[in-house]
Design a protein around this ligand. Structure first.
Ligand code: PEP
Ligand code: MN
Length: 335
């Protein structure tokens, strides 16, 4: 439940109300993101207690929490969140254009990719060092040495870097990585989410292959409930009956998230389409629909890529797309 206090309530009075609520065995948190003075109440609130709460001095309104994802919901945080990732802001009108290979394969491959991603005007680099592959016999990623290459390249170019963390025991290896990616397959790995919630690093939370929007927001809530509010959602396509694409890009997720949550949403058309020649169309559609960013796979020689080569853009395609993305993003602001 949320209670709203008279706007003239003094700090000392808020403290008194909090201690009265604690006497009723109700846990209280202030809600700094609301424009009014509001308190979030947790615990069993019986009819009797509700009557006492309503009669407390300065209480002008009581409202029920509408969504099970409290911290991710707009009710507690009406303004769009702006998440700081290294020197880049994401959300609230700030756009992330993230590019890089599916897997980090070698120093040369990563350096070459990062150079043209940077020159194209992207503002963040992606690269997988721990890879969740469908087959245990496929390349599993370079691991720690891949993360080291990624952070060095990012630092040289002055660009933040993002990489996927697959398990709790890997978290400490990400000290020099600017943002954790939680992959689609780990969206409901609640132990991992809780542990990441204890860090203060931003998290790119991918939507599970078959997760509903509510389940996805509940996963964000797992992270946020532990104290880390720096969550960016990433729609990467969901499983449908369609086989023409690898997954189906759910464009409506953008509208839904904007309605329900203050968290930024980034679109990954690479894993949605699974095919290089569809990426541009899906990427531009996402920008027009109000996405706060894109994450796109690209490789200097996609036909030689060890993973996701078919969906990786050639350097010239990435460069041309990035230019169009920025133009469209600017244009959308003028509408
Ligand atoms: C990836 O980003 O390379 C990846 C494995 O993504 P997803 O978790 O969306 O499949
Ligand atoms: Mn990939």
């Amino acid at each position: 439940m949320i209670i709203t206090l008279n706007p003239l309530t003094k700090k000392i009075e808020v403290e008194q109300i909090c201690s009265q609520l604690k006497h009723l065995e109700i846990e209280v948190n202030e809600l700094p993101h609301r424009p009014d003075i509001s308190l979030l109440l947790y615990g069993v609130i019986t009819e009797d207690k509700l009557e006492i709460i309503r009669r407390l001095p300065r209480v002008v309104r009581t409202e029920n929490i509408q969504m099970p994802y409290h911290r991710a919901s707009k009710q507690l945080h009406p303004e769009a969140s702006i998440i700081q990732v290294g020197n880049v802001k994401v959300g609230g009108g700030h756009f992330a254009m993230i590019g890089g290979p599916c897997s980090i394969e070698s120093p040369m491959q990563l350096q070459e990719t990062a150079n043209y991603v940077h020159a194209a005007g992207a503002n963040m680099i992606r690269g997988g060092a721990f890879k969740p592959r469908t087959s245990p016999y496929s390349f599993q990623g370079m691991g720690q040495s891949g993360l080291e290459l990624l952070s060095e390249v990012g630092e040289d170019l002055g660009m933040p870097v993002v990489s996927e963390v697959m398990s709790i025991d890997q978290i400490d290896l990400f000290d020099n990585v600017d943002m954790f990616q939680v992959g689609a397959r780990n969206m409901q790995n609640f132990d991992l989410l809780k542990e990441l919630g204890k860090t203060s690093k931003p998290i790119l939370l991918k939507r599970g292959l078959s997760a509903t929007i509510q389940e996805w927001l509940m996963s964000a809530e797992y992270i946020m409930s532990e104290g880390n509010e720096h969550v960016i959602l990433c729609e990467r396509g969901i499983r449908t009956f369609e086989t023409m694409t690898r997954n189906t890009q759910d464009i409506s997720a953008i509208a839904a998230i904007k309605k329900l949550s203050h968290l930024p949403i980034v679109i990954d058309p690479s894993h949605a389409a699974g095919k290089r020649d569809m990426i541009e169309s899906l990427a531009l559609a996402a920008v027009a629909a109000g996405a706060d960013g894109l994450i796109i796979e690209t490789h200097p020689h996609p036909e030689e890529a060890v993973s996701d080569g078919e969906q990786s853009l050639y350097p010239d395609q990435f460069t041309a797309l990035t230019e169009k993305v920025w133009k469209l993003h600017q244009f959308m602001k003028t509408l």
